[in-house]
Design a protein around this ligand. Sequence first.
Ligand code: 13P
Length: 256
Amino acid sequence: MRHPVVMGNWKLNGSKEMVSGLIKGLDAALNGVEGVDVAIAPPVMFLDLAQQLLSKADSKIILGAQNVDLHNSGAFTGDISPEMLKEFGASHIIIGHSERREYHHESDAFVAEKFAFLKENGLTPVLCIGESEAQNEAGETVAVCARQLDAVINTQGVEALNGAIIAYEPIWAIGTGKAATADDAQRIHAAIRAHIAAKSEDVAKNVVIQYGGSVKPENAAAYFAQPDIDGALVGGAALDAESFAAIAKAAAEAKK
Ligand code: 13P
């Protein structure tokens, strides 16, 4: 059985005060919640603080980050390495988010290299894939997701997906309030899983595929009721402890 994973992508949001309040609130709200892995990806500036707070509270919340470089040290101004992320307790690292693909021109091949480097360093890649509105309207959703996945599969083998997390995030649904319907998301998740199953049934059966894009407490349960939706990657609603905890609880409840 796949274990659900609900992750909060805080993007470029936060301050020491906000991080402190959010982590304390979240840890309290998740007290006693079992059956779901909950992860947060604050901006790297706050990893130290987050790690200290989580450890002081003996929290089960998993720490993550939103990006990584392709090197562990050297002359790469402004970048952050897997070793550094590990030192601050971050294990689940988001790569290939559409905002990075768009604003930082990250290609499928570049994202795939990051995927390999994370694995090499013992970290868990959270690989974001998903189509634009135009691609969606042109009926290209599955082809786009397959192409983004194949950048990893064709260079590292399908087994590289073992232990990794895939986040299907239709770009048009991110931060827009225009979420995919649960049925549509299920259809795409099933197609993504089938694409992987064509290479390995076993890997396909075990890989966690999250949905992301305007997930809120109000629509979360409908997603998690779908057989191929194994959790969520949450943006806006992850900045509120009660909302994010409610989404995590919905996953725990649905996947019992
Ligand atoms: P929203 O939940 O704000 O739509 O963001 C989704 C996202 O981009 C998570 O990575």
